[in-house]
Structure formats: C-alpha cells, structure tokens
Design a protein around this ligand. Structure first.
Ligand SMILES: Nc1ncnc2c1ncn2[C@@H]1O[C@H](COP(=O)(O)OP(=O)(O)OP(=O)(O)O)[C@@H](O)[C@H]1O
Length: 599
C-alpha cells in the first residue's frame, strides 16, 4: 500500500494550525497593502496643496497603527507556522531514531554512516524548511501577488500593470535555476571545509606517527592542496551568488524603468494621478520579493519531494530481526544452551561462516572457543544474541528456540563483552552502568573491581565521574577492555559472553580477572572466545573452530592429548612465550603459568 508523503501527513495532521498561521499572515499582508493607499491620498493632497497639519498627524497615526498591526499579525503567523515545522523536525528525528533502533546490525554494514547522517540532518532539515519558508513564502506570494496585481490593474492602470509585469517571471526563473547552482556550490564549500577539518583533526591525533615517520612535509602538501580546493570552491560560490544578484537586480531595474517611464507619461497625460503613480511603484516594490521567492519555493518543494521519498524509504525498511508471532513472554531464563545442526551464511557472502555446529553448554558451565582468524567464533555468539538471525530450530536456550523468546529478554539475559570495546562520550560510571539511576554506586564499584579496573579508575582526576572523550580515547586499550567487562558484569546475567575480551591486558591481569570470573560465574554460563589458550584453558569444555566447523572438542587436557590443532596452537603459543614454570611433559597439569616475554 502506498503511503502518503511524510510532509502531506504532517500538513494534514496540523491543518488547523497551518490555516490559523496562514490566516494571521494574510491579515498582515492585507494591512501592508494599506500603505500605498495612504501614500496615494497623501501625495495627491500635496499636489493639490490641500494637506493640513492635522492630516500629517493622521497619516503618522495610521502608519503607526498599520505598522503595529503588520508586526503583530506577521510575527504571530510566523511563530505559529515555524513552531509547527519545528514539531515536524522533532517528531521526524525521533521517529527515524526509534526506527533505526529496531533495525539489525547488518543494515548498518550495508548503509554508509554518512548516508544515515544525511537523512537525519539534511533530509529532515529540508522538510522543516518546507514547513517554514515553504509554507510561509507560498502563502505570502499567493496573497501578495494576487491582491497587489488586482490593486495595480483594477485601481490604477491595467496596461501599465501588464507592461511592468513582463520582466518579473524572469526573476522566478532565475531564482529557480540559480538556487540549484548555488546549493551545489555551497555543498562543495561545506565538503571542502569538512575535508580540511578532518585533515587537521587527523593531524592532531596522528601527530606522533607523523613526527616519528618524518611526514611533516607530506602532510603540509596534502593540507595545501585541500586548502586551495577550499578557496576554489568558495570562489565558484561567490561567482554564482554575484551573477544571480546582478541578473535579478537587472530584471527588477527593468521593471522599475518601465514603471517610471510609462507611469510618468500617464501622469503627464493625466490618465493617472501623481498619488496613483507613487502607489503603483510602492505596489511594485511589494511584488519583487514574493515573485523571486516563488522560484526558491518551487526549488525547495522539488528538493523536499526527493527528501520525503528518501525518508519514506528508510522508514519503510522492515527489521528482519524482531519479536515473532506467538513468542513465549518470558522475562528471564537460565543458561542452558543447545545448538543443533547450525549452519549460517551471511547475506552477500558466498561461503558458509558456520557449518553444522552441534553443541551443548549446560547451565553453570563454561566453554572456551578458539580458532584461527575468520573461523566463525564471533559469528557464533552474534547468532546467540540474535544480532544476526540464525535458522529456526538451531539455537535453543532452556529448550526454547531463541526465535520464540522475546528479544529483550534474550539480550538482557546475556552479558556480552564484544571484541571492539566501544565506549560512549560520557563518564566512566555511565559507561559501566548505562543508566546509573538503576544501579547503586556500590554495584558499579563492585563490577569495576571484578574487572580489575577499579584501582585504575580511582586514580583518574574525577574517579568514576571522569568524562571519556570520543570512543574513550583517554583510556588505554587494556583499561577500555576492562571497563567493557565491568559493563557486562554489572548485569549479573545468567549467560556471559567474552569475545576476545582479554587480548589487551597483560598476562598477570588476565589471570587475576579469570580467577575473579571463576568465582563470580558460579551457577552462570560463560562463553569465552580467545586466541590465547591461557584464557580458555580452564573452561569446562573447549571447541576449536576451523572454517566454520568444530574440528576438535574436549577439555584442555584431552585436547592436548589428541595431538591435533589445539595442541599445535598450544605449542606454538608456548614457543612465543617464556614459561614461568616449565610445561609438564604430560600436559596434564592444569595450571600452566605463562608470562609474556619482555622486550
Ligand atoms: N557481516 C558480515 N558479512 C559477511 N561476512 C562476514 C560478516 N562478518 C563476518 N563475516 C565472515 O564470516 C567469517 C567468520 O567471521 P568471524 O568474525 O565470525 O570470525 P572470527 O573467528 O570471530 O574471527 P576473529 O578471530 O578475527 O575475530 C569470516 O570469513 C568473515 O569474513
């Protein structure tokens, strides 16, 4: 079913508001048309020397009354209309954002962030402008042009009116054509400024690399090139703007020339009075802006139509990961996981990321997942969280197919520490608790202690209230990882997933964290992905993934005894490290302490 364009829906929803705003504006425009009438009478009075001092006072009072009336009605009409379009902007952004929240992760991989930003900023702005300038200037043009021309032709002179109107449509055409041109050049200027800004930003953040690789001159060359581009873009904009202004002034000038020359002839012939001549030119001055605005408005409506279609398309995207019909309304569950014949292929991908996975993870146990880069480890946990949709009847939690569980329950019941530790530009406290009002400070401190980041945080100038910059750049890689772990720990979920979450911490801290996890995770299920055997060796079961398949499965000891991929990895990693304690020949000892070789 075809839906109505977004702007039409808004206009329809607020039709009375827009009518009221337009009505107020119309009153102010009608009052404005009283000015030429007053001038006409006054000029004729001067010409006939019939003006008294009291007439001067009267004129002044009328001007003031009209001025106040025009001001009051125009500004209230404007406020009314503009307020409605600000509501459109607010509601549309909220709608867009809440719609985006429903869309799955792969939507964001297919769409470029820049496009999404353009929808949220530019497209919404265009629709707002239609609600503001578009409606305001259309009403103004329709009312002013129709009444003014009627007054000029009906009360002064039809032929003179037709004559002065001849050049004016050129103004509409020019505004229409040049607006596209000027807009294109303006966006090029914006782009050039954006590029320059990014260059400076990159320079500031990458200053150490630039200096150590002696790249100052190269950077200077790049900057100079982009700076020149910026100047060129500005020159093109200035040229376009100046040409438009000069041509418009030429057209308006031509109209006035016709009015003055032929109007004076009519005055001299006695066809019109001097007062009517003055009023005629005042009417003409009222026409210029609305006729020019018509061109801009036509252009704006065209842009609006395109923006409306783009936004409607975005809003029409249906999430393919959502609560399905007939789900069990569970609020919580325990951590029994069963994976059955799970194979998975990403959209637009030729091969399978996972093939025929069968796995049982009992409540309260831990599983370690190892495997080469790209072997499917993260895919497996992403499917568990339904970040991507697994095939039906392939993943069960507490014997429920995860498709039959509410998404919210599924995700709140799983504490997840992702591979990339994204931190928000807020305080450390907010990064751990998201909403600190839900948790008490002691819960936040406890989670930080469990992640072994507490001591680091209290050393920061503002402790847990230290604000983090974009992506938390003020923290080290290891600190960021541990803040992410604390964020997952505070949830106390029955299932915890750690996706390569200890890669940036040193061996000693890793061991401390693992020890704490062992105690904290009692009764809960944990899934630990790692490239380092030291991280997963104590897990109740370990699987080795290779090209999406489970190639080995067992405990640390049983896998070492198999002499397969796991053992190869273990030996390889052991060679890369200096062993603090020697590796027992049978590999049966559970605690092998590995310390990264210094230097
Ligand atoms: N969103 C995606 N779209 C298409 N293919 C993907 C996507 N994400 C991962 N893949 C592919 O799926 C396979 C498994 O990737 P996955 O990220 O699960 O591996 P991994 O074992 O976690 O790797 P790493 O150790 O580097 O984290 C890889 O071939 C990868 O290129």
């Amino acid at each position: 079913m075809k839906t109505r364009p977004i702007f039409h829906q808004h206009l329809f929803q607020h039709k009375w508001g827009y009518l009221l705003g337009s009505g107020l504006l119309t009153i102010s425009l009608v009052l404005q048309l009283g000015v030429p009438l007053l001038l006409e009478d006054f000029t004729d009075g001067i010409q006939h020397l019939s003006i008294q001092v009291s007439d001067l006072w009267n004129l002044a009072v009328w001007f003031i009354v009209l001025g106040i009336g025009i001001f009051l009605f125009r500004s209230s009409g404007r406020i009314y209309i503009f307020r409605l379009s600000r509501m459109l902007e607010r509601d549309l952004r909220t709608k867009l954002f809440s719609h985006w929240e429903t869309l799955p992760a792969d939507y964001y991989q297919q769409e470029r962030i820049g496009n999404l930003m353009a929808h949220a900023v530019n497209d919404v702005n265009i629709l707002r402008q239609i609600g503001m300038q578009g409606v305001f200037q259309t009403v103004e043009a329709m009312v002013l042009i129709s009444i003014t021309i009627s007054m000029m032709a009906g009360t002064i002179d039809l032929y003179l009116t037709l004559l002065v109107l001849i050049p004016l449509p050129g103004l509409t055409y020019l505004a229409y054509r040049f607006r596209t041109n000027i807009r294109m050049h303006s966006s090029k200027v914006q782009e050039a400024i954006g590029t320059l800004t990014s260059r400076v930003q990159e320079f500031c953040t990458g200053i150490r690399i630039i200096k150590t690789y002696v790249q100052e001159q190269e950077e200077m060359k790049k900057f100079t090139k982009e700076n020149v581009e910026n100047v060129k873009a500005n020159k093109r904009l200035i040229r376009s703007n100046s040409l438009f202004t000069s041509l418009s002034q030429g057209i308006v000038g031509l109209s006035y020339l016709l009015s003055v020359v032929f109007g004076s002839i009519l005055v001299m012939k006695g066809t019109i009075t001097l007062g009517e001549f003055v009023a005629f030119n005042t009417y003409l001055s009222f026409l210029v802006a609305p006729i020019e605005n018509l061109g801009k408005v036509i252009n704006l409506f065209q842009q609006g139509k395109a923006a409306d279609m783009r936004l409607s398309d975005v809003l029409a995207t249906t999430p393919d990961i959502k609560d399905e019909e007939g789900i069990f309304r569970l609020n919580k569950f325990e951590g029994d996981i069963r994976i059955q014949n799970l194979s998975f292929q990403y959209k637009n991908s030729k091969g399978y990321a996972l093939r025929n996975i069968n796995l049982t993870i009992k409540k309260g146990t831990s599983i370690g997942i190892v495997g080469k880069i790209g072997s499917g480890k993260s895919t497996l946990v992403n499917l568990l969280l339904r970040v991507y949709n697994p095939p039906k009847k392939s993943i069960f939690i507490n014997n429920y197919d995860i498709h039959d569980l509410p998404l919210k329950t599924l995700r709140t019941s799983i504490g997840y520490v992702p591979q990339t530790n994204f931190l928000f530009s807020s305080t450390i406290k907010e990064n751990i608790a998201f909403d600190p009002s839900i948790y008490q400070d002691k819960d936040i401190y406890k989670a930080a202690k469990q992640a072994h980041v507490y001591e680091d945080i209290i050393d920061f100038p503002e402790g847990f209230d230290t604000p983090l910059g974009e992506r938390g750049f003020s923290l080290s890689g290891g600190q960021r990882q541990r803040v992410s772990i604390a964020r997952a720990m505070i949830k106390k979920s029955p299932i915890m997933i750690f996706d390569d979450s200890l890669s940036a911490v040193d061996a000693k801290t890793e061991e401390l964290i693992l020890k704490t996890l062992q105690t904290e995770m009692k009764g809960r299920t944990s899934v630990i992905i790692s490239h380092r055997i030291s991280t997963i060796r104590k897990a109740d079961q370990i699987i080795v993934l290779d090209e999406g398949k489970i190639v080995e499965q067992g405990t640390h000891e049983s896998l070492l005894e198999r002499n397969g991929t796991y053992k190869k990895m273990f030996v390889q990693q052991s060679n890369e490290f200096t062993l603090e304690d020697s590796i027992p020949s049978s590999y049966s000892e559970r605690t092998v302490r590995i310390k990264k070789r210094r230097g």
